[in-house]
Design a protein around this ligand. Structure first.
Ligand code: HEC
Ligand code: HEC
Ligand code: HEC
Ligand code: HEC
Ligand code: HEC
Ligand code: HEC
Length: 266
C-alpha cells in the first residue's frame, strides 16, 4: 500500500517535470531552467517534510481554482496551508507593503545597512525559505544575513547565543535551547496545533520590552533581561557580554525587599 503510494508520487513528479520542460516552452520558467536544475529541485523536494506530507509540485505550482500553472508561486499558494505564518508575515515590516498591494519590500528601500548583493531581492516567503527543502535551519540566520548588514546583525556570530547554535549543530529545525535571529525576531508560539512561528518581525520590537516577556524570560531572569534589552551598546554587540546597565527600578525593588526582611527579623 505504502509502496504503491510512493510509486504514484514518483510518476506524478516525473509527469510534472515533463510538463514543466515541454508544455510551457514559452514561459521564462522553461527557457531558464535546465534539466539538471529540475533534477536538483526534485531531489530537494523529495527529502523535504513537504514530500512526506504529500505536498507536491502541483500543490504550489498549479492554482487550485483556475488550474493555471504558476512558474513562481507567491505567498498566496502557501497561505492555503499556512494561514498563521502568512497572516503574521503580512503584518510586519517585511510583509506590510505586500498586504497593502504595493510592490514587495526590497533592500533598495531600506534605511538600515543592507548587503549590496541583496539589492535586487524582493521580500516574500522564498526570501528566507528554500521553498523546495523548507529546511528552517538556514532560514533562521543565514537567510537574514544575506540581506542585513548592520553592526547588530553582523555581531550575532560572535555572541554566546550563536555559540549554543553551533554547539548543538545542524538539525532540520533549530533546537529549542538555541537562540537564532528568528528566536528573537520571529518568535515561536505554542498553539493547539503544535509550535507555530509568528512571522511579524515588528511584533517583538514595539514596544521594545515585549521581547523580554515573549523571548528572554524563557531562559533568563527578569532583571538580566531588562538590563540587557535597554543597554543600547549591548544590543549593538548582539548580547556578546553581560549587561553593564542597572535599571534603577530593580535596585529600588531590591532595597525595599531588604528593608522589609530586616524589619521582619527585628
Ligand atoms: C511548497 C511549494 C512548492 C513546492 C511543493 C514546489 N515548488 Fe517549485 N517553486 C515554489 C516557489 C515559491 C518558487 C519560486 C521561487 C523563487 O521565485 O525564487 C518555485 C520555483 C520553482 C522553479 C524555478 C522557477 C524559475 O523560473 O526560477 C522550478 C523549476 C520549480 N519550482 C520546480 C518544482 C518542481 C519540479 C517541484 C516538485 C518536485 C516543485 N517545484 C515543488 C514553490 C514550490
Ligand atoms: C498543500 C498544503 C501546503 C502548501 C501549499 C504548503 N505547505 Fe508548507 N507544509 C505543509 C505541511 C503538511 C507541512 C508539515 C509540517 C506541519 O505539519 O505543519 C509543512 C511544513 C512547512 C515548513 C516547516 C518545515 C519544518 O522543518 O518544520 C515550512 C517552512 C513550510 N512548510 C513552508 C511553506 C512555504 C514557504 C510554502 C509556499 C511556497 C508552503 N509551505 C506551501 C503543507 C503545505
Ligand atoms: C530579502 C532581504 C531580507 C531578508 C532575507 C531578511 N530581511 Fe529583515 N528586513 C529587510 C528590509 C529591506 C527591512 C527594512 C529595513 C529598513 O526599512 O531600513 C527589514 C527589516 C527588518 C527588521 C526591522 C523591523 C521593523 O519593524 O523595524 C527586523 C527586526 C528584521 N528585518 C529581521 C530579520 C530577520 C530576523 C531575518 C531572518 C529570519 C530577516 N530580517 C531577513 C530585508 C530582509
Ligand atoms: C537575543 C535576541 C536577539 C537576537 C539573537 C538578534 N536580535 Fe536583532 N534585535 C534585538 C533587539 C533587542 C533589538 C533592538 C530593538 C530596539 O532597538 O528597539 C534588535 C534590533 C534588530 C534590527 C533593527 C531594527 C531597527 O529598526 O533598528 C534588525 C534589522 C535586527 N535586529 C536583525 C537581527 C538579525 C539579522 C539577527 C541575527 C543575525 C538578530 N537581529 C539577532 C534582539 C535580537
Ligand atoms: C524573514 C525570514 C522569513 C520569511 C520572510 C518567512 N519565513 Fe517562515 N520561517 C522562518 C524561520 C527562521 C522559521 C523557523 C523559526 C524557528 O523555528 O525558530 C520559519 C518557520 C516557518 C514555518 C514552520 C513553523 C510554522 O509556523 O508552521 C512555516 C510553515 C513557514 N515558516 C512558512 C512561511 C510562509 C508561508 C512565509 C511567507 C508568507 C514565510 N514562512 C516567510 C523565516 C521566514
Ligand atoms: C533559549 C534560551 C535563551 C533565550 C531565549 C535567550 N537567551 Fe540569552 N543566553 C542563553 C544562554 C544559554 C547564554 C549563555 C550562558 C550564559 O552566560 O548565561 C546566554 C547569554 C546571554 C548574554 C550574555 C552573557 C551573560 O552572561 O549575560 C546576554 C546579555 C543575554 N543572553 C541576553 C538575552 C536577551 C536580552 C534575550 C532576549 C532578547 C535572551 N538572552 C534570550 C540563553 C537564552
Amino acid at each position: 500500500m505504502m509502496r504503491r503510494k510512493k510509486d504514484s508520487v514518483t510518476v506524478m513528479v516525473l509527469c510534472l517535470l515533463f510538463l514543466f520542460s515541454w508544455v510551457f516552452p514559452g514561459t521564462s520558467f522553461a527557457s531558464n531552467i535546465s534539466e539538471s536544475q529540475l533534477q536538483e529541485i526534485q531531489q530537494q523536494w523529495q527529502s523535504s517534510i513537504h514530500a512526506l506530507n504529500e505536498v507536491n509540485c502541483s500543490s504550489c505550482h498549479i492554482d487550485e481554482k483556475s488550474k493555471a500553472f504558476r512558474a513562481k508561486p507567491t505567498e498566496v499558494s502557501c497561505k492555503s496551508c499556512h494561514e498563521y505564518s502568512t497572516d503574521t508575515f503580512l503584518l510586519g515590516k517585511h510583509g506590510i507593503r505586500t498586504l497593502e498591494g504595493l510592490s514587495p519590500l526590497s533592500p533598495t528601500m531600506a534605511h538600515l545597512p543592507m548587503k549590496k548583493s541583496a539589492l535586487d531581492k524582493q521580500m516574500n516567503c522564498n526570501s528566507c525559505h528554500n521553498v523546495h527543502t523548507v529546511n528552517t535551519y538556514q532560514a533562521s540566520v543565514d537567510s537574514c544575513l544575506s540581506c542585513h548588514n548592520d553592526t547588530h546583525s553582523l555581531n550575532y556570530k560572535n555572541s554566546p547565543h550563536a555559540q549554543i547554535v553551533a554547539d548543538i549543530g545542524v538539525l532540520p529545525r533549530p533546537d529549542s535551547k538555541s537562540v537564532t535571529c528568528a528566536t528573537c525576531h520571529l518568535p515561536r508560539e505554542v498553539s493547539g496545533d503544535g509550535v507555530l512561528v509568528n512571522h511579524n518581525n515588528t511584533y517583538t520590537l514595539k514596544p521594545r520590552d515585549r521581547m523580554v516577556k515573549e523571548v528572554c524570560m524563557n531562559c533568563h531572569g527578569l532583571e538580566h533581561a531588562y538590563n540587557s534589552i535597554f543597554d543600547d551598546e549591548l544590543v549593538e554587540a548582539n548580547f556578546a557580554h553581560p549587561p553593564s546597565l542597572e535599571l534603577p527600578t530593580f535596585k529600588l525593588v531590591r532595597d525595599l525587599e531588604k528593608k522589609r526582611s530586616s524589619q521582619q527579623t527585628q
